[in-house]
Design a protein around this ligand. Sequence first.
Ligand SMILES: *[C@@H]1O[C@H](CO)[C@@H](O)[C@H](O)[C@H]1NC(C)=O
Length: 964
Amino acid sequence: MRSTMGLSWKWTALFSLLGAILCLIGPALAVKEHEFKKCHQAGFCNRNRALADLAASQSSTWVSPYKAVFESPSLEDGKIQGVILKTINAAGDTVRLPVTISFLESGVARLTIDEERRQNKDIELRHGSAARKERYNEAANWSVVGGLEPALKAEIVHQDDSQINVKYGPEGNFEAVIRLSPFRIDFRRDGVSHIELNERGLLNVEHWRPKVERPEGEENTEEDESTWWDETFNGHTDTKPRGPESVALDISFHGYEHVYGIPEHTGPLSLKETRGGEGNYAEPYRMYNADVFEYILDSPMTLYGSIPFMQAHRKDSSVGLLWLNAADTWVDITKVKGSTNPLSLTSGAPKNTQTHWISESGIIDLFVFLGPTPQDITKKYGELTGTTAMPQEFALGYHQCRWNYFSEDDVKDVDRRFDKAHIPYDVIWLDIEYTDEIKYFTWDPHSFTDPITMGKQLDSHGRKLVTIIDPHIKRVDNYPINEQLLALDLAIHDKDGKAYEGSCWPGNSNWIDCFNPKAREWWKGLYKYDQFKGTMENTFIWNDMNEPSVFEGPETTMPKDNLHWDNWEHRDVHNLNGMTYHHSTFEALKSRKKGEYRRPFVLTRAFFSGSQRFGAMWTGDNLADWGHLQTSVTMLINQGISGFPFSGADVAGFFGDPEKDLLARWYQTAAFYPFFRAHAHIDTRRREPYLLGEPYTAIVTAALRLRYSLLPAWYTAFFHANRDGSPILRPMFWTHPSAEGGLAIDDQFFLASTGLLVKPVAEKDKYSADIWIPDDEVYYEYDTYNVAKTEQGKHVTFDAPIDRIPILMRGGHIIPRRDIPRRSSSLMRFDPYTLVVSVSKDGQAEGELYVDDGDSYEYQDGQYIHRQFSLKDDVLSSVDAEGRDTRKIKPGKWLKAMQNVHIDKIIIVGAPASWDREAVQIESDGRAWAAQVVYHAADKDRAAFATVTHVKARVGDDWSIKLA
Ligand SMILES: *[C@@H]1O[C@H](CO)[C@@H](O)[C@H](O)[C@H]1NC(C)=O
């Protein structure tokens, strides 16, 4: 959370008044764009764009000056190693760039390019800097956790003076054609080129060179050195002790018009072109984690987090790319009519998407994914960078936050009022004001005198508390945390090696350096219950401002020449910084008490590839307006396909007071956010759901109840995200990769594999939704069971008055629910289940339920229930989804308790008339009994449906029901 002024809450009244006056006279809220660089204001971006322009202007004569040499090339451990020679002048002098191309068992290929001279530390640093001399090569240490087994079957199938062909891939149908001079790689699948590196010759590794001191007035006539040695932006000077060192490469996606990914941005899912022209951006997409509050919509500007992972999709084919570099990174995208793709004859006039990746420093380290399905791409990416941690189950419930609940009494009062209004919630949050003058790990001595009693009240109905802990540590005497941080030398250093000082919420601060293993150990200790007094088992943590945000810093963050542990420059690791902090807190929560082995919950604002392993993210300081509501859906879909599905946006907008219709629509939308949290700026009016007045309180309550009833489906979705990296909000291209009309649709999604197709209403005064239908399956309205009048590839209109959410149920799915409204998710743990079966056109359906104790790691020892439900040939049945013999699992406490939990009710939508009967037989474990059926014949638009009640089938057991 971020304010335009760092005022304490005592000033709230005055501030609100001022705010009201400013609103009357001032322009609408918007980020101060000029505080952030444009490409032309970042020397390295500008230089690489200029190179691209030069190459384009010389198109047919441009030759990339990079040539690869492989001495007697061979594959060892799936790797081929050599050197790229970069010709640096007319005399033909070259610099050596060691190159490795690795082929992995998973079918992913990896390319790394370093610089020999820097590797050997054979350079001079300027300004007496203590920075490391090498190019940063440790991003993979933080991001990559698996998937690196070499492809032992990869083989060189051809080589001559100009190229080397390597065959690899799970089916042996991938091929890398490595051209030596100029260096290029063409990645092919089934003989067709999909991804090509350096096709346009924009590979650029800015090699080390000494600064030549010239007499005043004399300039380098060959090259423009103006941004090589230091750069000033908005009064901040970056000393750049290693001189120019950017890396860049062009990457073409042949025959692909759509590319997605590289969050976090506010534009459409299908990324736009960035080189100007009507409807395009004029700036590249930027990834440089920053505190960009009140951010603007439809922009390639950087935001709080970065995932440098892109996937390209066309009908029936997906490929992907991970550019593993944590420095300031810009990506230009252009699309050109393509002819290189032989498929173009059959699929109209596809475009080639050309991308240009530009990072300020570090090595080139990229991974190429050849698909062919979107599922392959997300799975392989998940193998490399890890998948979503199994969440605490409560974390899928509703979170009530604002800046700030000001006292224990305030918290307890909100808690009571939710109960009084019968509105469910799981977690109440404390923003910075709970601390003693923003000294983390302390409590305000006047307003939070007895946090344990408060925590216990919450715990008495299964609720949790989340408190904020940020990475800036107040620099003040008599604050032991700061004293230890400095005494142990665990802070990020400035360029001169002193603990870096900057300002954030507490005023003058230092920042913990979580790249330092000692700092991470120390951080762990701080969270122990006897250290962070006032916390208990139901306290969890929120990590904000971890880009890091520095109020007066360059682009609201740290100077790039700051130094981290091991003397890496901040420049090299910037985009990783937030993840190392988030990771440290995650580990800290795992070790709060000896023998306590529970899943952490930590929310982060900054993120990078791999952050999904440590908790949830949210999209930062949005605005209470309709545009931000719309954008949130697209942003969360993009997070999901980029490997980080546990994501949310502040409901109903952080800045500003939402009108009530907006607020109602926002809750209806957020009922489908993987992370569902209300949050509001300190200057906004209170907007807890019970305050809204009717009909709004009822509308919001209904949305919350819908969320809670579907929690079994949500939890199952997270289980899959954990197992294979699959997204939870699934865009049309992901679920229907052959449906060409859906490739750019980014305002509707399927909820995991439930078949629920949701299109939130995110427009003022709009009371219907046009839902695009990807296939010719039958679709039922979720709440009425009406059969939607759908046609494949066309929109269908769904009536959506203010109290209705457009949700269709695709035929062929079985959705688990819990229908008894409760105050929190943990109070529902042993409630009976309802199954909703939506019968497909051919009379079938399938679904899944995964459930475990929602808190511990005992699921790793088989303590979970995982059912596969199916309807086939008039028989509805449940079997273990993994084919386990569940009777052989020794049940622990939780699994024992689940033996008394039943499927209570089954609703079958689209039930054929042959099922019109009053009772059915249920068989389970050699026993049989009858359950009652009520059959409702089809009525006008409404499908026929049957309700089976008193089913009494144990949820963990095999059972079957013959319906006809
Ligand atoms: C990073 O990973 C590499 C390769 O596994 C390893 O050699 C190196 O020691 C690691 N660096 C750190 C700081 O852990």
